[in-house]
Design a protein around this ligand. Structure first.
Ligand code: ADP
Ligand code: ZN
Ligand code: ZN
Length: 750
């Protein structure tokens, strides 16, 4: 790194992360100073020597050169853990665009002093066998909550109260009743704030790995021993034994004196999964999740920094556990959209994990049943080493899948949301007292317009993504718009392909489905799970455990219900409108649909009873539907990558969204035009493609106007180069730093 000036941040261990100060680099240190290094600098009026960290090395001096002070010296002992965090923040800033402060806040935990919390633990007063007997007794009396707690306590002698009232959904009154009956005791202790599920016994028991599992663990461990660091992808259906492989790898890493980060999407971070890790690794495990208070998070990070733990489990933010000896990062369900940050900096945890592993000399292991197109593409190119696990170890056959053509339903006079097959299968399950899950993907909803008679979907002639309806102020549909390029056309009244007048926007919601079920099957007990019914903190777990306890026949929900729990009694899964996610209006619509359908289908028949799946769609011939129905990932990938290649979409090329926000419409439009114009100028030499600018899908949120344009190019570096220039413009014009947002290879459209 060359440059004559260093931007240095001081005193980062204090609560407030301040702005960087610029210093001159003495000739003796030019070329030696690196970002992330600790240096001594004169600071303040008395020029006291204090420690600082180099944030940036540049040739651009923002102040009068003569007035700048000089860096004193490099602090010996190299780059510290904090230095690593700085380097990572720097990397994030460079690759995703944001202020350094925002990047730092992402990487460094906020320090906060909090008073210690009291931890309560529920301890059984009987032996395991008695607890089990009591559980059965309660079960027969239909006291499911008591039964659940006693059952759990028959396996574990003690459980933290937070877990019992949370995940297990047992009320405090119920616990007190059991205490009165002399079955349990409530222990109170002043505890170190911890996310551990209490005093689990560490059994250390491990399943002997299958030959395939063994081969993966051995091969990655052998690479590690030889000093080879790279990215690995484990492609294996749910239940194929990936988690056992992860644990095997973590064990090897710890034996080498190194530490591991295990990333799991929040929604899949179930109690059962955590218990498996605690039982295997005990107290040296820590968990991060969004329910933790700032103080609790800060504690977890501190334990990591002190080396008190070896394993950090958690969603995206667990990646920033400041491990000194990090050797392994594992990312389960690596295709999950929640690994991408939705606020600035809009980083993808998979890529940041790659950068982190590179800095720390660690290995990165990705796992998924439906790998992201990005990772599979890299595996095909040989940049990622891939392993496959084919068979389900836990038993349970793959379900039988029916694809129901909603066009022919209409032709036959059925205008209901339920195809005839789905209707009769629901009836059948109600009769047999087996459970049904009905699934509708609201998130993908973008108001696409399709023909109910022939399935034709209105698409943008330039971008090959679906057009969306826009309504005027009287809620009348006025025009169809492309979210990428802004192409628009008047609304259509007849299908351009078959002439049918049944061409309209697609609308359906979980609430309507629930109402319809009540009308069609009055005796059925129905639970609904969507953004509305899961607003409160524990409602998500409550609905799932109610369903698991057999308190309902049918669970209707959004994509939330696809993850996590296994329900042994679910033998029917209905996907009501696969088209909802197929035509979300962005280039990832096909990929998301395939993942969703594959996962939803995997929910049926997880127990001993065989399962059936009904996929309803107007486009039964769409490749995402066809390959999901036959559980053929490879086939899907081939079609999808050729579409991405043809249209220049990621991962074959890269795409940067530039979102401009302003309180005032004119200002926003003018700034967008100016930035887009500049991007266009810069792109001439590099042949980048500019799409837009246009008003964003939601043109105004909280009185802030939103505009967007996209830049596409094969080289990521070209896009970050354009980003740098735009950032400089924003800086020179003194526009508010957060008024322009960058999103690389976006997961959604704006
Ligand atoms: P995944 O993470 O791919 O969903 P898991 O590791 O959770 O798969 O394994 C699925 C089930 O199979 C679990 O119940 C697990 O205990 C069991 N299992 C995994 N590996 C083995 C093995 N080698 N021998 C026996 N059972 C295993
Ligand atoms: Zn038509
Ligand atoms: Zn377009």
């Amino acid at each position: 790194m060359t440059g004559r000036f260093a931007n240095i941040i001081v005193d980062i261990s204090h609560e407030k992360v301040d702005r960087p100060f610029q210093y001159r680099i003495p000739d003796a240190l030019v070329g030696k100073l690196e970002v992330g290094m600790a240096v001594m600098i004169p600071f303040g009026l008395g020029n006291k020597r204090i420690r600082g960290y180099v944030m940036e090395i540049t040739d651009r001096n923002d102040y009068d050169e003569d007035k700048l002070k000089m860096v004193d010296s490099i602090v010996e002992g190299g780059v510290s853990a904090q230095g690593d965090s700085l380097r990572l923040a720097w990397w994030i800033r460079e690759n995703y665009g944001s202020t350094m402060i925002a990047a730092l806040k992402t990487v460094l935990p906020v320090k906060k002093k909090v008073k210690p919390v009291v931890r309560k633990t529920i301890v059984r007063k009987t032996d395991s066998a008695t607890a089990k007997m009591k559980a059965q007794e309660f079960e027969s009396k239909h006291q499911v909550a008591k039964a659940r707690l006693m059952q759990e306590l028959s396996v574990q002698p003690a459980l933290p109260q937070s877990l019992v009232t949370g995940k297990l959904n047992v009320t405090t009154q119920t616990i007190q009743a059991l205490e009165k009956a002399g079955l349990v005791e409530i222990h109170t202790e002043d505890a170190y704030r911890s996310a551990l599920p209490g005093n689990l016994t560490v059994s250390g028991v491990k399943k002997p790995l299958s030959e395939n599992q063994r081969r993966i663990v051995d091969s990655i461990a052998a690479d590690f021993a030889e000093g080879i660091r790279q990215t690995y992808l484990i492609h294996g259906v749910t239940g194929s034994g990936k988690t056992e492989v992860y644990m095997g790898l973590i064990e090897q890493i710890i034996a080498q004196g190194r530490q591991a980060i295990m990333l799991i999407p929040e929604i899949a971070l179930t109690y059962q999964t955590l218990v498996r890790f605690y039982q295997r690794f005990g107290e040296r495990v820590s968990v991060m999740n969004s329910r933790l208070s700032l103080g609790e998070r800060s504690d977890q990070y501190e334990r990591a920094a002190r080396g008190d733990i070896d394993i950090m489990i958690g969603p995206r933010s667990a990646l920033f556990a400041p491990f000194e000896r990090l050797g392994l990062v594992i990312m389960d369900e690596e295709h999950e959209g929640s690994y991408k940050s939705e606020s600035m900096p809009k980083y993808h945890a998979r890529e940041v994990a790659g950068a982190l592993c590179h800095m720390k000399d660690a290995s990165l292991v990705l796992g998924s049943a439906t790998p992201s197109i990005e990772s599979y593409y890299r595996a095909k190119k040989g940049e990622i080493k891939m392993f496959t696990l084919h068979e389900r170890l836990a038993g349970g056959q793959l379900p039988k899948v029916y694809v129901e053509d909603l066009r022919s339903e209409l032709k036959n006079g059925n205008r209901s949301v339920f195809s005839r097959r789905l209707y009769s299968l629901i009836e059948d399950r109600l009769k047999k007292h087996e459970q049904t899950m009905l699934f509708i993907n609201r998130r993908g909803y973008a108001g696409f317009v399709s023909c109910r008679a022939c399935g034709h979907v209105m698409k943008c002639p330039h971008c090959d993504v679906s057009l969306s309806e826009h309504t005027d102020r009287y809620q009348r549909v006025s025009r169809l718009i492309c979210h990428y390029c802004g192409y628009e056309m008047p609304r259509v009244t007849a299908c351009p392909k078959c002439g049918s007048k049944y061409i309209l926007g697609f609308r359906a919601g979980t609430q309507q489905i629930e109402e319809l079920l009540h009308r069609e099957f009055p005796a059925a007990r129905v639970l609904r799970m969507d953004a509305d019914t899961t607003k409160s903190k524990d409602s998500y777990g409550q609905i799932l455990s109610q369903f698991a306890d057999g308190e309902a026949d049918i669970l209707v929900g959004t994509q939330m219900i696809v993850k996590g729990h296994d329900f042994a009694k679910v033998t029917l899964v209905g996907i009501l409108a696969a088209d909802m996610s197929l035509h979300a209006g962005d280039y990832r619509a096909g990929e998301r649909t395939f993942q969703l359908l594959t996962q939803a289908a995997g929910r049926a028949g997880r127990g001993v009873l065989p399962g059936e799946v009904v996929i309803q769609t107007y486009q039964p011939q769409h490749y995402a539907v066809v390959y999901a129905a036959s559980q053929d990932y490879e086939g899907f990938y081939r079609e999808e990558i050729s579409y991405r290649d043809l249209m220049g979409y990621p991962p074959v090329a890269h795409m940067m969204a530039v979102l401009v926000l302003a309180d005032d419409e004119q200002t926003g439009a003018a700034r967008t035009k100016e930035l887009a114009g500049q991007a266009k100028e810069l792109s001439c030499g590099s042949r980048a493609v500019i799409i837009g600018p246009t008003e964003a899908l939601i043109g105004k949120i909280n009185d802030i106007f939103r505009f967007v344009f996209y830049v596409k190019h094969r080289e990521y570096k070209v896009l970050t180069g354009i980003k740098d220039t735009l950032e400089h413009t924003i800086y020179l014009k003194q526009w508010p730093a957060d008024s322009v947002q960058f999103d690389f290879d976006p997961m959604n459209h704006y």
